[in-house]
Design a protein around this ligand. Sequence first.
Ligand SMILES: Cc1ncc(COP(=O)(O)O)c(C=O)c1O
Length: 418
Amino acid sequence: MNGSTNNSGWLGDEPDVDEGSQPKLEQPEAGTAGTGTTDDKGKLPKSTVACQLPEEHGGKMMTCILPILMKIGDRICQMILVINIWFYSEIIITDVYMYMMIQEVIRGTKDVLSLAQGVVYWQPPKPALDKVKELVWEPSVSRYGADEGLPELREALVRKLRQENNLHKSSVMVTAGANQAFVNLVLTLCDAGDSVVMFAPYYFNAYMSFQMTGVTNILVGPGNPKTLHPDEDWLEKTLRETKPTPKLVTVVNPGNPSGTYIPLPLLKIAYPTEVAGFGAQLLKIQDNIPICAAIISQRLALYSLEVGPEWVTEQVKDLVKNRAIVLEALSPLGDDAVKGGEGAIYLWAKLPDKCVDDYEVIRWLATKHGVVVIPGSACGCPGHLRISFGGLLEDDCRVAAARLRKGLEELARDGMVH
Ligand SMILES: Cc1ncc(COP(=O)(O)O)c(C=O)c1O
């Protein structure tokens, strides 16, 4: 402890702690803090614990001191709980999490339409929702299930991958979404200080997953300026020359945020078909975070798969209309400025050269024109925008697109006039 706390009376018999008092936060100088058992009545312990993560590795420590009341037998005792939290300084210096930032941009702005979030506007199929409605009273949906997911859902997913995606050697673990799946992989495959590879424009949450877990040596490779596909030559050179060799290469297909589709031959660059102990490590992480994805969601996923692929194909037809509407709205930026949209629900657009600060542009579009999109800086590409065309029904999409077009026309002509 760094001695700044007045400890007198903390272990006295009669409680004199204000139960509502806030825990004190201290940030002692690195290397001076520790915890231990109490050696003197009424005094906090001297430093007894060796530092686990020395500062030369970027470690910093925060000490939380929490006054608590504890019932021992029929006596109430005052105690303090000292929690030393070591963290790598880089872990907390992550990029701003995008959806929080977007919420902040639109807070207080009335009538904003979103072309930001990467979602589709439809709900799961009605027959699947109806079945789930009947399930809520079933005890199993309020319990944990197998960490790796419901066996019948995993089987259905492996079947789907074989029949619809021509993937024949899949094994599946069910997670609470793709973001969690990605974090599971990073925690399994990487250690703090490793280097990894991504390509710009990259998916912002994946970048932050690396940062949060201490993988701060993120080598960002270029995309082909025409196609936005990963630059193979750069990758080969980087893997050959970087020592130690980067732990993993991240490629997102279909692309987010680019919306592009990388053809199969390019994807076959290299990946291991088997990694020893991989499944067991993944399970360990799963068991420590959600234990299992919510059972009710897994049952909903299973019932949705049972409806068959035609249902999704039908839904996607509407997205083709939305894409045409949004593409037209981006035309003030010029033909070459817009890419993607063939693989996923995103278009990727280059702003006029004079618009370097894309964060400012998205704030201006939200406040002046009532439409919100994602800034390219969040994906490693300042001066660009990601526009999602999946989240709105056609009529709303038309309104949002008209606002976007008006804003971009103004931007190209006069700049950001407030
Ligand atoms: C590459 C990628 N990872 C993660 C996500 C987030 O997915 P989820 O909502 O399933 O966590 C998305 C969403 O579009 C994505 O494109």
